[in-house]
Design a protein around this ligand. Sequence first.
Ligand code: ZN
Length: 373
Amino acid sequence: MSATGLTRGPLPRSLPLPLSIGIDIGGTKVAAGVVDENGAIVERLVEPTPSRSPKAVEDAIVDLVDRLRGSHRVDSVGIGAAGWVDNAQAVVAFSPHLAWRSEPLKARLSERIDIPLIVDNDANAAAWAEYRFGAGRGSSVMVCITLGTGIGGGLVINGQLFRGTYGMAGEWGHMISVPGGQRCECGNRGCWEQYASGNALVREARELARSNSPVAYRLLEMVGGDPDKITGPLVTEAALQGEPNAVELLGDVGSWLGQGIANLAAALDPDLVVIGGGVSAAGNLLLQPAQAAFDRTLTGRGYRPQAQLVLARFRNDAGLIGAADLARHAMVEPPESGRFGFWPRRRQGRRAARLRREGLLAVRSSAPRRIRS
Ligand SMILES: [Zn+2]
């Protein structure tokens, strides 16, 4: 019986809703999947990221799409790329871990894939998946942190993915945590992701293994005495089995994580922080030290409601699920039709002229480098 009191007959058997392909391109692997409208993966393929050549990555994407379309009726493709993607969801401006520099990825792929296609940042896609179908459902301000090779970030405010003016919001992996610290692939030193990511975990574990310390014996034994064979999943696995040094290494990463989250809470005041990506497979071994550091460093602690820190539901699949759903969403509301486009830039030009006239613009010691777009 329906709410109106009318009895409904059996629903007509209609064709299944079209599916979407989501592709997640990371520093080490490309994951592709056919995803339905509820965020469920119907089929999944994973390949290693071919090389640092943009052409090889493009070929791999086309091949994966062709293979998946061979057995499914698909009407859109969403690509989550580890890079800074513009608001038109078309151009990868820069990728710290891949070779893209102002790469018109959407245009290149649209020449070879004949269904609608969008490109977004991989961590934006992951955040969207958690918000739509995972741990972030119902949140009003959700911060998502994806711990992989680096740190990806995504922000969903009142049901909208917040991309910033130029599509580059959420890159908090590159906030500087330690001035003059570890060199980052982005070119700066001391970025947060150099302390609280999979790369950081591996670097610290290898350093410990090379230290000739007797405490590193178990870790070294697991890789046949070769520190270079230590990987993030291996450390996580060792920690889950109770290996004390691996537990400690994850504890360090968790502490850096919690401290950074406290910074984000100071800036954004979220109600929920979702922690995902490969490193989150460590579960409580990561979450507990993160929570402790967060509780210790949150500004106004004790006098404010605190954001909840939770583990992501989808971990490694979040990027492809979110990319597929963003592509489905873009079919209804294409990014080029929206309120973003390029006009904010034009308006900024006018604003700059007015501010210059009024003497309110900062005087730079040298002109900023112009970035081609
Ligand atoms: Zn960086």
